[in-house]
Design a protein around this ligand. Sequence first.
Ligand code: ACK
Length: 998
Amino acid sequence: MTCLVASVLLLILFFMCISVVQHFDTLNLLDSRSVMGDLGWVAYPKNGWEEIGEVDEDYAPIHTYQVCRVMEQNQNNWLHTNWILTEGAQRVYIELKFTLRDCNSLPGGVGTCKETFNMYYYETDEEDRAMKESRYIKVDTIAADESFTELDLGDRVMKLNTEVRDLGPLSRKGFYLAFQDLGACIALVSVRVFYKRCPFLVKSLAEFPDTIPGSEASQLVEVVGHCINNSMPLYEPPRMHCSADGEWLVPIGKCVCKPGFEEMSGYCQVCKVGFYRSQLESSACSKCPPHSVARQTGATSCSCEDEYHKIDSDPPNMACTRPPSAPRNAISNVNETSVFLEWSIPMETGGRKDVRYNILCSRVLPDGRGLEECGPNVRFLPRRVGLSNTSVMVADLQSHTNYSFLLEAVNGVSEMAKDYTKQYVTLNVTTNQAAPSPVSVVRKGYTGKSSIGLSWAEPDRPNGIILEYEIKYFEKEQDSSYTIIKSKETEMVVEGLKASSVYIFQVRARTSAGYGAFSRRFEFQTSPYLTATSERAQASIIAVAITLALVLLAVVAGFLLSGRSCCNHIHVYLVRCGYSKAKQDPEEEKMHFHNGHIKFPGVRTYIDPLTYEDPNQAVHEFAQEIDVSFISIERIIGAGEFGEVCCGPLRLPGKREIQVAIKTLKAGYTEQQRRDFLWEASIMGQFNHPNIIRLEGVVTKSKPVMIITEYMENGSLDTFLKKNDGQFTVIQLVGMLRGIASGMRYLSDMGYVHRDLAARNILVNSNLVCKVSDFGLSRVLEDDAEAAYTTRGGKIPIRWTAPEAIAYRKFTSASDVWSYGIVMWEVMSYGERPYWEMSNQDVIKAVEENYRLPGPMDCPEALYHLMMDCWQRERTNRPKFDEIVCLLDKLIRNPSSLKKLVNSSHRVSNLLVEHASAEGDCSARTKSVGEWLDSIKMGRYTELFVEGGYSSLEMVTQMTSEDLRRVGVNLAGHQKKIITSIQEMRVHMNNTNSPINI
Ligand code: ACK
C-alpha cells in the first residue's frame, strides 16, 4: 500500500509543472492550488482521505488528498471542503483533477476495489461545520477517463483526469462540497470551483456591466447598456444578452454621440469651431455649409452670415441663402384679350431651388390718369402667385386697353429678408380687339315661386358676332357666392330659386374678341305662389329627385350585398370628397393611405425620384456630390449591373476616414444608363436607418460616375451564410432576421416598397449587422410593361415574389412581407436556394396550389410559423413588419421558445408542404367557419352554419351527419365532403391540441 501511495505522489509532482490556464470570463470561488496555508478540509473517518503535504519546485504547497483502501471491505470515506461563498452566482462549475488506479492492475486482483467516487453538495446561508451527510445532495458519480496501472508508474506515464460538473440553480449564500470514496485508489490533485460571467463591455458607445448569467443553461439575461458620456440611445436603448457561457450575444440598438459631438476612437469628442453635428444619424461633425458659421465648439447647427437666411425645412447641410434677383428676358404675346407672358430664371437664384414667380397686373387708366389694379375678372393660368414655371397666361382682359405687368421672383427666404428691395421686371401690353359693349337693359318675364324669366337686347356695339351670353345671379346681399349660366338666346328662364326672395342679375355678351363688361345689376323677386309654369318646373325637379333617390338606393343596396367592410365606406366618403383617384390609382392609394390610415403631414415619406422632371436634380437633392480626389480605390470586390464594385477609404475634409464601397458606371454608357445607375442613389439617399445601407454620396462631375456607400465587410448575406454553414447559434440568426425586419419596417413606414427583398440584397458588416440594399430594381418593374418577366436580371425574382405581385403587379409592403418570409427561409437554411431546382413555372404553380416551402433543417417551429404567416395567400392576413419585429424581439428575450424544432414531417426535402400555417403561436389566427367552408369550396353554406349556431370550428367538430341535414346541407355529395373535412379536423386537433389555424 505504501508503494501505491508513493507512486501516486510521484505523479502529482509531475502534474504541478503543468500551468493552469484561466479563461478571462471565469471567476474562481475556490482553487485548491492557490491556497498557501492549510486547506482545512475535514476527512471522516480519520483513516480515510489523507492530505499529502508537498511543495512544487517553487516551494508552494500542493494540497492533494488521497485514499487507497482498496483491499478493505465497506469503505465510506468522506472529505468535506470549507464553506464556499457563491458571490451571487446561480450556477457554478467544479473542475476536478485526479488520478485513479485501475483495479485490474492491483496485485491482489479486483477484490472490493472501486473505480469511481461520488461528489455531493450542501447549500447553506451560514457556515455549518456539522457535516451531516444526510444533508448532502449528490452531484454525480465521477469515473476516470483513464486509470493508471503499475506499468504506467514504471514508465512515469501521466493519466491525470479532468472532470467538470456544473451545479445550479443555487439560491443560498454558499455551499459545501464533499467527496465520498467507497473503496477506490484516488488522488484528488486539485479542486477548482468557478462561475462564468459576461465581462464589462463597451460596444457601440454603450457600457454593459459585469453580468452573472441566469441559472438555466439556455437562459439569456437581457442587459440594457448605459450610453457613455455625451452619447444617447438611437431609436431604442442598447441591449445585449448574457448567455450561460458568459458570452455577450445579440446586440440590439446602439448609442450615438449627442448632437454637437462626434465619435472618435470609441469616445464622443466635441465638434470644433466651424464644425457642427445636428442629427443623431450622421456620423461625424461637418464643416459649416457656405455662408454660415459656428463660433463655439459643440455646435448643433451653424448660424447664417448677415444677409443670408435659412428656413426651418432647409436641411442642416444646406448653405444659407438670399432672395433671388429679378426675372430676365420677359416677353409678352397678345392674343385678342389674352396675354401670354414668358421670362427666364433670374441671374441670381440666391442659392435656392424653390424660386417662384408672382404677377402684379394693373390697367392703365385712359388719358394716363394712373394705374388701377386688375379686378377679379381677369384670369391667370395656372395662377397669379407662386408660379413655378416661367410663363403665365392672362385672360379676360378688356380689349384695346393698356396693361402693365410686374413680374417678381421670390424664394423660400424672401419673406425673411426684410431689408431686401424687391426686384421686378415690368411688361407693358395693349390688348388689340374690342369686346362687345355691355347689355344695357334686362327685363323680367313670367315669375314663379322658384323661377324668373329674363330677356335682354343685344349690346349697342357687339363689335363682332355674339357667340353667347353669360348670366350671373345671386341672392341679394349674398354676393359671396354666385351662379353663372350661359345662353345663346337673348332670353332664358332661371330656375331653382327660393320663393319670395330678391335676386340680382347681370348679363354680358361674348364675341371672338372675348367678353364684354357685365350689365349693371337688375333686382327681381320670385313669387310666393306656384304658377302654372313653375309647377311644370317643380314637377321636373321632383322627377329628377325621385330618379336620384332610386339610383342612390340601388348603390346602397349593391354596396350592402357585396359585403364591403367599413373601410369601403370610407372610400365612398372620399370619392364624394373628390378623392376617387386614391382608389383607382395604386400609387395614389399609397400616398393617401398608409398602413391603413391617412398619412399626416410631417411623417417622412419616400419621394419617388420620378416626380422630378430632371433626374439630375433628384440625385443632388438626396445625395451629396463627392469630389473624386477624396476617394482612393483599393481593390475590386465584385461586379455590379453597371460596372465594378470596389472598396477603399473615403477622406472627406474635416471628417474621419472611413472605408466605403464604390459602385462605378462603366465607360461607354448611354444617358439612360447613367440615369438608371444614379436612380438608386436618389432612393438610397432618402433613407437613414441602421439596417438600411447608408449612402455617403455620388461622384457625377468626373468620370467614372460613382455611388459611394458604407462598406459592409462580410458582403452579401446569401454568400456569407453559405460560407459559414452551420456556424451560428439560432439566437445569432434571429438577431440577423430582426435587423432585416427592422430595416423593412422603416422602409414600409416611409411608404417605400422594395420589390426585390432577398438574401442576396442584404449586406452584412463585421458585427453581423444586416442592412437592406439594392434599391435599383423597383423603377424597372414600374415602367416596363414586360417587366414581370424581364427585369435587369432577366427574370422577375419569382421565388421571392408574392403571388399577387407576379399575377397582376400588386407590389405592396405586404408583398415585401412575403419576400421577407423567403429571406427567413434562406437564413435558417444557410443560403439554400428557395424551391431548389424547381423551374419558375413549377414554383408559380405550386404556390398557386397552396404548397409552401418546408421548414429548414433544425429550424425552430416558431420561426417556421412566422414564415408560413408571411406566405398567406390573402395579403391582408400577412403580418406587418412592426408585428414581425415585435415577435422576433419576444423570441430573443425568451430563447426557450426557440427550442421546439419543426416537426420532421414539415421538413420533406423534395416535397413542398400544403399551406396550413402556424399552430398555437402568437401570429397564428384561428380559422373561421366561413374560411374553412371556403377552403373546401362549400362557402355557400356559411350562413346556414352560423344561423344553425355553429359559429366556431370547435363547435363544428362536434357535428354529425344528422346535424348537417338539420342546418340545411341536403345534397349527399356535399354532406360527404363536409363530414370528411370535419373528421380531418378532429384528427388535427387531437394531434396538436390546438385550434384549427390558417
Ligand atoms: O457578395 P458580395 O461580396 O457583396 O459581392 C457583391 C458585389 O459587391 C456586387 O454587388 C458587394 N457589395 C456591394 N455593395 C457592398 C458594400 N456596401 N459593402 C461591401 N460589399 C458590397 C456584394
